[in-house]
Design a protein around this ligand. Structure first.
Ligand code: ATP
Ligand code: MG
Length: 257
């Protein structure tokens, strides 16, 4: 294993993406250290989700490169990036609504295993897949709702289910795009607890886009700040709070929770 592989799980170099005249991501170079919790913040329309879409392969960059575990993945397809160990959670909920909570997770476990193309799998294998699916549901505190249809879950629980689906794909890198989006104030602490728990139990690198600054400041090792498509700052929570460019991007306010 090379030194860079140990140090960085993900590197973007001069990544750029425009939609017509709108430059959504403007030459962003960011190195994410293996095992760290990194948050990406920035005002609405700053380019955070587009940046995620470039990392996962949902969008092709106009220019620049992406390296995952030292491999140039700039032209690797989205599905293959998942197979390589990348998992993502969307800003908008993305689960199969008319199957059970457990089935949603078990399908993700199976998709990652070598049994993914088999219609019939033996009982032992099915038991193993199911046990892992239950483990993922336990981590996100949804085990008691395993038999419920996904559509019957509250919005907050659907987001938890999405996180369980990500866990099921067993990626080393988790990308969370606004895990608390659309939640009520009472629902937010539950998600924070789940993300904290994953951090504690799983050896994963987590990159999270989030507007809730208190959550970002309390969870992150490092914070990247985007504004108008550009990366304007990267540092520890303390450094980011003190950074003048960041304060002015947030309308002259000090970055406080
Ligand atoms: N598919 C698309 N087609 C055209 N323009 C897009 C598309 N996706 C994003 N944009 C534009 O790119 C810019 C960055 O959008 P993006 O969704 O990445 O911002 P964001 O930082 O995730 O914002 P938010 O905090 O509101 O989620 C915006 O001006 C947006 O309108
Ligand atoms: Mg977004």
């Amino acid at each position: 294993m090379s030194e860079t592989q140990q140090k960085f799980i993900l590197r973007t170099v001069d990544l750029k993406k425009s939609f017509g005249k709108q430059i959504a991501v403007n030459n962003v170079s960011l190195d994410i250290c293996t095992g760290e919790f990194v948050s990406i913040i920035g005002p609405n329309g700053a380019g955070k989700t587009t940046f995620f879409n470039l990392i996962t392969g949902a969008f092709r960059p106009d220019s620049g490169s992406i390296y995952f575990k030292d491999q140039d993945i700039t032209r690797v397809k989205e599905f293959n990036r998942v197979q390589m160990g990348m998992a993502r959670c969307f800003q908008i909920t993305n689960v199969f609504p008319h199957i059970s909570v457990l089935e949603n997770v078990r399908l993700a476990v199976q998709a990652k295993s070598k049994h993914r193309y088999r219609l019939f799998i033996n009982t032992d294998k099915l038991k193993e897949l199911t046990e892992y699916a239950y483990y993922c549901l336990e981590v996100v505190q949804l085990k008691n709702l395993a038999s419920h249809l996904a559509v019957s879950l509250t919005h907050a629980n659907q987001r938890k289910l999405e996180i369980a689906i990500q866990l099921a794909s067993q990626g080393e890198l988790m990308l969370l795009d606004e895990p608390t989006a659309g939640m009520s104030a009472e629902e937010v602490p539950g998600i924070i607890e789940v993300v904290k728990d994953i951090r504690k139990k799983e050896q994963k690198t987590i990159v999270m886009v989030e507007h809730k600054l208190n959550m970002v400041l309390s969870l992150s090792d490092h914070i990247a700040v985007m504004n108008y498509g550009a990366l304007i700052a990267y540092g520890s929570p303390h450094e980011i709070q003190e950074n003048k460019d960041v304060q002015s991007a947030y309308l002259g306010r000090k970055v406080n929770p």
